[in-house]
Design a protein around this ligand. Sequence first.
Ligand code: NDP
Length: 276
Amino acid sequence: AVAHRFAVFGHPIAHTLSPEIHRAFAAQCGIRLSYEAIDATPEQFPEAVRRFFAEGGLGANVTLPHKGAACLLADEHTAMAGRCGTANVLTPLVGGRIEAHNTDGDGMVRDITERHSLDLRGHNALLLGAGGAARGVAWALMDAGVDTLTIVNRSPEKADELADAIGEPERAHTRYWEDLANLGSFDLIVNATSAGVVGGGLDLPTHLVGNRALCYDLCYGAAASGFVGWAKAAHAKYIHDGLGMLIETAADAFERWHGRRPDTDPVYAVLRERYG
Ligand code: NDP
């Protein structure tokens, strides 16, 4: 029998861990599946996704740079995808319709609150970035009960757009990057920029790190080294990279598609060994 087909779409896609994570979950649950990595340029992406589902694909993950396009091409949206405007999980529905969902924010919050046993309630949070991932993270942090959310982005209009979409100006507001020099300290600082991937350094003053602060980078491995190094120099109490988030977001997609919740701990242990 042909194994059930799943895939991740991105550009570039060579270094994705999604196939390995989904295969490990499947082995754990005794499920037979194939999971491929599909490189599609932005021009190719919508057609490639439609073809994948038309040919019987049962679920697709979506990564850089297609999360916005994934949301746009979908016919239906979960509440989370609808409010984020970005999607990392596409699922075929009856009649050839496609549903978009976003697991980024919930995956990050679960990594922080469950794997690392840290409480986010009452935190003053600083979110760096307002791209696809940051949008999911912002909503999930609000849901997780942060006291305030300050959003700072290199292109300030994108931060404003996100804060406007959240629509709780008392709790969620924006500042300019230049304002960081004059802001007080935070309990949570999330790096949701791709600066570590694209090679730019972030200019961050160390006084931003409060005395019980968690510094969290969505990146992992070498891409996280700049922010993690800064957090260490600032004596952050807790420092975590985005490896756990990646695995939790994959687990959410897996549960959506297979109706089974995998145990993320063994997969985390293997990948943590590899990424330090
Ligand atoms: P986007 O391309 O949508 O957004 C990139 C963001 O980074 C924008 O806010 C952009 O600002 C900012 N940025 C890029 N370069 C710089 C720089 N040199 N200085 C300051 N800001 C910069 O990417 P995503 O939101 O999808 O992803 C962001 C990061 O999160 C990526 O590195 C990705 O790998 C990681 N990620 C990790 C996940 C996980 O599971 N661990 C899940 C999703 C993402 P501007 O608007 O001005 O361009």
